[in-house]
Structure formats: C-alpha cells, structure tokens
Design a protein around this ligand. Structure first.
Ligand SMILES: NC(=O)c1ccc[n+]([C@@H]2O[C@H](COP(=O)([O-])OP(=O)(O)OC[C@H]3O[C@@H](n4cnc5c(N)ncnc54)[C@H](OP(=O)(O)O)[C@@H]3O)[C@@H](O)[C@H]2O)c1
Length: 281
C-alpha cells in the first residue's frame, strides 16, 4: 500500500468522475474534463500527463450515449477506443499505472450465470465494441493496466435511470419499463470508493465491480418508486415494444469473484438508493 499518491482522472466532469472527485480523500487528485484535454488528441493527453506526472491515471472519460454510439460508430471508436489507447500510451511514457473503466456491454448477454472476467468478449452494439477494443488496445500498450467493468451506473450529477424514472413518475400516473434485461445497478459513490481501494492496492488485470444483487430495469424502477414514495404505477413491458438504435444484452450480471480477490465487497443495490435519493434532493 502506497502512503500518498498523485492521481489524474480523465472524465472528472462526468457522473462517475464527480463521485471520484468527492470520495477520493486519501491522495492528491487532479481531475480533467474534455475542455482540458480531448482524449482523441494524443498531444493534449501527453501534455496533461507530463504536467501532472501522476502515479495513477483513472480513465473514466468516454462517449457514453449507447444509442448515439450506434448512430455514430466512428465517433464511438475514436473516443472510446483510440482515445483510451492515447491515454495508455501517455501513461507508459511517465511510468504511471492505469485504471480503465469499462462496461458489462462488452458481453453479448447470452450467459445465464454471472459473467466471469475470463468469459469471452462479444459485444452486441457499437458502444460495447468500442470499449472491448479499448480493453485489448490498452493491454497491448500497458500489460499491467487494471480494467474495471461495471454496469447500470447511477448517481448524483449525471443523467441516470433513477432520475429519469422519478421525473416521469412526477408527471404520469403509469409508466412502462422493460422487464427482459437483467443486470446490476451500481451507485457511483460505491463504485468510486472501490476504485480508490483498487488503485491503493495496485490492482492489475480485469476486475468486475457492481453493487451486489441483480434485477431487471422494471424491478429497479419499482424499487425507486417505492423508496421515493412516488405515486405512479410501474408496468412491465418488453424490449421489442421499446425499440432503440442499439441492442442491449438481455443478461449482463458480472461475477464479484475478481473484486473479492482484492478483499472488496459491495453492498446490495437496494441499499444504495437510500443514499442516492436524498442526494438527488
Ligand atoms: N453510465 C453507465 O451506466 C456506465 C455503465 C458501465 C460503464 N460505464 C463507464 O463508466 C465511465 C463513466 O461513465 P459516466 O456515466 O460517468 O459518463 P458521463 O457522465 O457521460 O461522463 C463522460 C465523461 O467523459 C468525458 N469525455 C467525453 N468525451 C471526451 C473526450 N473526447 N475527451 C475527453 N473527455 C471526454 C466528459 O467530459 P466533459 O463532460 O467535460 O465533456 C465526461 O467527463 C465511462 O467510461 C463509461 O463507459 C458507464
């Protein structure tokens, strides 16, 4: 365990990045948004990394609009894949360690039991492909990199599912939510705390990190409405009645075994709503 580190976060202005900036107290943390460095631009990335000379880089920056990625796969690839490799290349030049935030969408959703880190990637949309390609590109440049896959992120300071549900619930007596995609909701504050621990234990390789338990989006919506005391009825529907540009995996639950190997456990996703809802205000 290192005493105190210098950490550089790309994507600090995003939903997860804001949580990282809030929870990371133990070290010197410098956060960047796209206005400070566009990760598609290797010179801008290199200049920031050489200026800060961090011990760790956390790469949370990404083009995260899954349907937008489907409509513009070149943009998805240039930000999520080439941009990520630019950051890894800059990390190598200053001898920094790298933690790359990745996604459950690198999988195709055909499993019926939680995905292990050794399961093959087989993304079913452009966003997932860009992140899967980044995982492989990063490891070619920086074999010791830590790749942390998470899923269904929500938290303060970003566009997220609970916020959308509660905005709809405020205006509609009934909402329909898909009940045929299963995953694990993950609260940004909990995930950020796990990232801090992973960096401070010099984690390497692929790690799966979500809040514990799993549910469908319908189950998630029911729990949000219940805990918020909202007066709306949630009805289950199916993905084929709610067509979007990008296909989503039907099942993307990630096994916690790789996280437990670092002595980290995550609490049940239902408990996290008790902390998120008051933050939302
Ligand atoms: N959201 C989810 O459900 C989910 C699930 C699994 C994994 N993930 C992964 O978790 C990470 C964080 O997601 P999030 O939801 O917190 O993202 P987010 O709120 O959409 O924030 C994206 C961040 O990336 C930055 N960014 C975008 N394009 C950039 C570019 N070309 N150059 C530099 N920075 C750029 C943005 O900077 P500006 O705001 O300054 O433009 C922002 O800080 C991402 O890597 C994502 O792939 C997310």
């Amino acid at each position: 365990m290192i005493e105190s580190m210098k950490v550089l976060i790309f994507g600090a202005t995003g939903m997860l990045g804001k949580a990282l900036m809030r929870v990371w107290k133990q070290d010197e943390v410098i956060g960047l948004g796209s206005g400070d460095a566009d990760i598609r631009n290797p010179e801008q990335v290199q200049a920031q990394v050489e200026r800060v000379k961090p011990n760790w880089i956390v790469l949370s920056a990404a083009y995260t609009d899954v349907d937008g990625c489907e409509l513009n796969p070149q943009l998805a690839n240039s930000v999520n894949n080439f941009g990520a490799v630019n950051v890894a290349t800059a990390a190598v030049k200053v001898g920094a360690k790298l933690l790359f935030v990745s996604t459950d969408y690198v999988f195709d959703g055909t499993n019926t039991a939680p995905y292990e880190t050794s399961d093959p990637r087989n993304p079913m949309n452009s966003y997932g492909k860009s992140k899967a390609d980044a995982e492989q590109g990063i490891v070619r440049v920086l074999p010791d990199a830590c790749i942390v896959r998470t899923s269904w992120l929500f938290g303060a300071g970003g566009k997220c599912f609970p916020d959308t549900i509660l905005k709809l619930a405020a205006n509609r007596p009934q909402i329909e939510v898909v009940n045929d995609q299963r995953g694990s909701p993950t609260f940004t504050d909990d995930f950020a705390a796990a990232i801090v621990q992973l960096c401070r234990t010099s984690a390497q390789g692929i790690v799966h990190c979500t809040n514990s338990g799993d549910c469908t989006w319908y189950d998630f919506a029911c729990e949000i409405v219940k805990q918020a005391g909202a007066k709306t009825t949630v009805k289950p529907t199916t993905s084929d009645r709610f067509v979007r540009p990008a296909a989503r995996p039907q099942y993307s639950v990630l096994s916690p075994a790789s996280l437990h190997a670092y002595g980290i456990s995550m609490r049940p996703w239902q408990e996290t709503l008790r902390d998120y809802l008051p933050q939302r205000g």
